[in-house]
Design a binder for this molecule. Sequence first.
Ligand code: UDP
Length: 422
Amino acid sequence: MYRIAVLSYHTSPLAPLGGAETGGLNVYVLELARELAERGHTVDIFTRRTNPDDPETVSISDAPSGDDAASGARVVHIDAGPARYVEKDALAAHVDAFEAGVAAFADREGATYDVLHSHYWLSGVAGERLKARWGVPHIAMFHTLGEVKARSRISEREPEPRIAAERAIARQADRIVVASRNERELLVRYYDADANRIAVVPCGVNLGMFQPIDKDEARKQLGLSDDDQILLFVGRIEPLKGVDILLGAAAQLESESDCFVLVIGGDRNARAGEMAHLRDLAAELGIAERVSFLGAVDHERLPLFYSAADICVVPSFYESFGLVALEAMACGTPVVASRVGGLSVAVRDGETGYLIPWRCPEPFAERLELLLGNDELRRAFGETARKEVERFRWGNVAEAVLGIYGEVIEGAPARGAVAFRN
Ligand code: UDP
């Protein structure tokens, strides 16, 4: 059994989802820790304290969807910078304090670890330092890459220190885990990373939580009409997610009059102005009364929305994987997504939805029109989608990650492993 130190410095796996900086990474850290703990491993997830009242340690079995089998995994709050929300860009300044805090906690508790697993570049920086301090292997996951983000949408700028740090981590970490072959190629191309030390493990979905619910029943529970067609977006509200493309596409639909768009995500920390910009855009496009911005919705409630929707749309400019696509598919809902990153792995073009290679509304509108106009096709795509996501269960992700832990702990040569088909 392994003792695993997980670093999730900038955001906690227990934080509410759908905020400015709470999304797929948080779900990943929590679900993986749960699977590892259920297999008897111990997992300490270190995160920055953002609330002075948080106890030092919290078992993840206390999380909303937690269960006792996961009692071997806990979140450890470390003092680093002010005990409140701080924008990600200002967090590099407190990485030293975080690393020192993690080391002090381990000393105090007499805790030792077999492996370090860091999430996002800021945690990767702390991970490399703790690796040197403790002499244990370090596995890094970037989730997003500064260099790729900056190239994906003109408005995006990423600080040079981020890219430099990612470059150093890519060179030094024992393994880098990415969610798709495409991300491995990007790391090799833009960061000169060694392909053999990059393991590909697709992301997962909680098949117990995300299950199809009868559409009429889901709509009834949500107070939505049976007659309308519903396009759903779920995610953090930021330009890279391409909500503007979805709105543009919705405005072009011929069946426009009875088609509604639900946009889920966004909280008070969400990027200033982005929500206002999207509302203005909906008004400009003349579809304001058919677009509802619902704000963040509890993860456990999302199956109702996915099941109530006719199509889930994921129009991202950049997506390292895209858990939302898997969740919608698990609820039997077809997905129309950009052909980027892991979305091309999750969605099967023409079988479970459509993949759109261009980042503009017209091709999205064309595919949405086709699918909205054909009930039978949507039903068939939805059924195939549910079957297709079975292999993405978190248990499969955990087994693949455990294989990588085993390799680095035993010092086995890196072989650029690719986990279950992707
Ligand atoms: N999410 C949520 N409530 C919201 C918005 C998002 O629970 O209001 C969850 C969503 O279910 C998914 C995650 O946040 O699990 C977003 O992950 P994804 O990989 O799609 O995007 P990322 O945040 O990694 O860019």
